[in-house]
Structures are given as C-alpha cells and as structure tokens.
Design a protein around this ligand. Structure first.
Ligand code: ZN
Length: 315
C-alpha cells in the first residue's frame, strides 16, 4: 500500500486555515460574551431590570413617580406611559419576560401593567397585586400568584421567592397594610395600594447569583447559599450595622448595591436626591468597616451597570 505524501505547502495551508478558524471562533466567543454580559438597569427605588442580553426580568416597576401634592391631595394615581417609554429607551433592553412585584405599595407596583403590556410579560404578584393588575386590564392568564419557596424560570433566570416582611415606616407600624377589596377603586389614591405579602428573591443565572431584598426587614427567610451580588433596600433600616450583620454579610456577597434610598417624590428626570434621613453615605462607610472585601455599587438612574466584571472579584 502506498503512503500518501502531504506536501509542506499543504501542511502550511492547513495550519493557517486552522489558526484562522481558531481565532475567528475565539473572537466570536468574545463578541457573543460581550453582547451577553449581564446588565442591571436601575430606575430609582427598587425598580430594576436585569438583562442577560437575551431576556430580561424586572422588579417593582415605578417610573411615573407622582409628586407629594398628588399624595397629599389623595389624587388618583395613574401610570404615565410616556415616562416609562422615555426611561426604557435610554439604553437597549431585551424583552422583559417576567415582572415580579415584591409588595403592592404604589411605589412598587404603580407601573406594573403598562410595563408588562409592552412585552406581554408574565407577572408575579400577591393577591393584592392581582386585584390591581386586573383592574388595570391585564390579561388574567399572564398573572401568577407567587408563592414562597417556589422557583420560577424565566429564560435562563430562575427566581426563588423568599418569605420577607416590610420594614416598619414609623413607630413599629407599616402604613397601608391589609387586603385590597376587589374591585380596586376607580379613583385609587396611594392609600389604596396596600401591602399584604412581602417578598425577597434569590435569582440564579449561569452568569451569577443575586439576592434582591427590596425591604430592609431583617427577618427574611435565610437560604444557605452564597451570592455574588445583593441588591439591598436600605430605607427604614434599624441600623446599617444590623442590616449588614443580619442580612448582607451572611450571604458572603462580592458586591452590594444599595437601593430605595432616593427621594421618590421627585421625578426621575429631576435627578437623584438622597434624603439625609436615609444616610446612604453612612451605609457605605459602615459596609467598608464591617465588610471591607465587599464592593459597594452605587447605581445611577437609567445607566446600565455591567456586572460581568463581578466574576473577576474575590469570593
Ligand atoms: Zn412598601
């Protein structure tokens, strides 16, 4: 049997072809990773969108932000679709497939239906949230009552619902609490948006794991896992030290992103204002003292945060 001879030129051509293919493949991987790096968009309060480049999930939609006068005068609160559109168009956002509402106070749910309608999203709410969504004309088959310890899959995200509670507003009390009677009043003021159940979320994704805890209520159901990032509501906290020791540090996060620290009686386009009572700087300083290894992320309205970089941080 004769052996086939491969000429030197053929070998060189082959090596070149393989090299070009390998470089192309590497580039493609890099490009596709870059376009699919996870991003978090923050629109004030605990209104966030987490986008993996294919799909997005949203929490606590609240763009319209009625002013103090609207509240004092007990005006009927209405979502403002133009404001929602304006902020969503600030940067590209993938299809929002699921919208979760941690509780049904107006600053967490007011814009649920217009946002969900835009993407025909599945929405996850409690009974009060369902009453509000039905009143605003959302399709019943897209409304799901979320249950503690259930895990909901949305694209590559899996979202586990954790039992939480609402941090007291004042004198140990949570205002606007109780079951909303159906039907929801046609001229509902902020007083009609009542808190019933209150949830936190453990969000798992191949890129990273996030604990989203919109309330500073500390007796949250604890899961025995570590997370990459905690998005932590800091309004009405007992103290930064106790919030960090009881809620944040046990999860050994690489980063913490404080939210719900801004004055939400101002419109988003008026810019971020932190009321002195919320003491954001003090929270950041206390984090540096008690958990110096944890990076504090300070979000800006509508400026997406690329969190792929978190993978390079310690764990
Ligand atoms: Zn609330």
């Amino acid at each position: 049997m004769g052996r086939r001879c491969i000429s030197k030129n053929t070998v060189i051509k082959l090596v070149k072809t393989i090299s070009v293919a390998a470089v192309a493949a590497t580039l493609l991987t890099t490009v596709s990773n870059a376009s699919q790096a996870m991003k978090i968009h923050w629109f004030g309060t605990s209104n966030i969108v987490i986008d993996d480049g294919e799909n997005a999930i949203a929490f606590d939609p609240f763009f319209s932000r009625p002013g103090l006068w609207d509240l004092f005068s007990l005006s009927t609160l209405k979502p403002d679709p133009e404001v929602i559109e304006h902020w969503l168009s600030k940067s590209p956002i993938s299809k929002i497939k699921g919208v979760f509402v941690s509780h049904s106070h107006y600053d967490h749910i007011l814009d649920l239906v217009p946002l969900a309608k835009k993407f025909s999203s599945q929405v996850f709410v409690d009974d009060n949230g369902r009453t509000i969504a039905m009143f605003q004309g959302y399709q019943e088959n897209l409304i799901k009552i979320q249950k503690v310890n259930e895990i909901y899959s949305v694209g590559k995200f899996s979202v586990e619902v954790l039992r939480s509670g609402h941090a007291p507003h004042l004198w140990g009390k949570v205002f606007m609490s109780g079951k909303i009677k159906s039907p929801f009043p046609r001229e509902a003021s902020f007083l009609d948006y009542k808190n019933q159940d209150c949830f936190s979320y453990l969000i798992r994704h191949p890129q990273l794991t996030i604990l989203f805890a919109p309330s500073s209520f500390e007796d949250v159901e604890r899961k025995n896992v570590t997370v990459d990032l905690i998005i932590q509501g800091i309004a009405a906290r007992k103290s930064s030290e106790s919030l960090l020791k009881n809620l944040v540090i046990p999860y050994r996060p690489k980063a913490v992103m404080p939210v719900h620290h801004d004055n939400f009686f101002r419109r988003l386009d008026a810019g971020q204002e932190v009321p002195s009572g919320v003491a954001l700087d003090e929270f950041i300083q206390t984090t540096k003292q008690l958990a110096p290894e944890v990076v504090v992320i300070q979000p800006q309205y509508g400026k997406p945060i690329e969190i792929g970089a978190l993978n390079k941080l310690r764990h």
